[in-house]
Design a protein around this ligand. Structure first.
Ligand code: ATP
Ligand code: MG
Length: 220
């Protein structure tokens, strides 16, 4: 479902171009659970952002569900992103002045998908994440692990086929991190394709495949 061929990404800093991804070839099938590992600065987030259609490669080809997507315009990229991809980040990125339920509903402002009874669906997702009764809580009233559960519910509201997670347990203690990993494992069991960046070998071990990236190339 995801195919990358010869993906390169350079950033210009002043007069200089720095090549961060140097030719990534990668196939990820529907239903996989993949961990991407590598040292800081190796290009993991850059790769995840390209896979998630948040950024475009400088060169190379990307097929998502059989469609070439590397050169689509911004509108089309955001349509595809909203239709197929859910994001989870290390910093949660919840909106502080919205409660948990409102945060989960937020992506529906940007989608053309018709979700009948979104409120009920959002409450069901919060309940599934173990947050029954917390729908009115603001992010500041929730623990880090609880905030990440809200963020996962938000990522699921559009029924994405793919969940992309960039260091989703980076801010959490090891017990809470394991709980979040169990949620990902369960979602994967239910058929979601999950691609997760992590530094932590214990978290990566929960994935079914580990991809290592070094200096902008996949090394194993
Ligand atoms: N928008 C940008 N402009 C310029 N340079 C960038 C940009 N985004 C990333 N870089 C550079 O690209 C390199 C790879 O960054 P990236 O965020 O992909 O690394 P990472 O593997 O995710 O690291 P970390 O583990 O610290 O999150 C870094 O040297 C970074 O400074
Ligand atoms: Mg990163």
């Amino acid at each position: 479902m995801i195919r990358l061929k010869g993906i390169k990404k350079a950033f210009s800093i002043g007069e200089r171009d720095i090549e961060v991804l140097k030719g990534i070839d990668l196939h990820i099938e529907k239903g996989e659970f993949v961990a991407i590992m590598g040292v800081s600065g190796s290009g993991k987030s850059t790769l995840l952002n390209i896979i998630g259609l948040m950024d475009r490669p400088t060169s190379g080809e990307y097929w998502l569900r059989g469609d070439r997507v590397a050169h689509l315009d911004d509108d089309r990229l955001s349509q595809l992103r909203n239709a197929y991809i859910g994001f989870v980040f290390q910093q949660f990125y919840l909106i502080e002045y919205l409660n948990a339920l409102e945060n989960v509903l937020l992506p529906l402002l940007y989608t053309s998908k018709n979700i009948p009874n979104p409120q009920r669906k959002a409450l069901a997702l919060l309940e599934k994440m173990g947050l029954k009764g917390r729908s009115k809580s603001r992010p500041s009233q929730l623990s880090g692990g609880e905030q990440q559960r809200v963020a996962i519910a938000r990522a699921l509201i559009n029924d994405p086929e793919v969940i992309l997670a960039d260091e989703p347990t980076g801010q959490l203690d090891s017990k809470t991190a394991s709980e979040i990993m169990s949620i990902f494992a369960q979602l994967n069991k239910e058929g979601k394709t999950i691609i997760m960046v992590t530094h932590d070998p214990d978290m990566a071990a929960k994935a079914k495949r580990i991809i290592k990236i070094k200096d902008g190339l996949i090394v194993g």
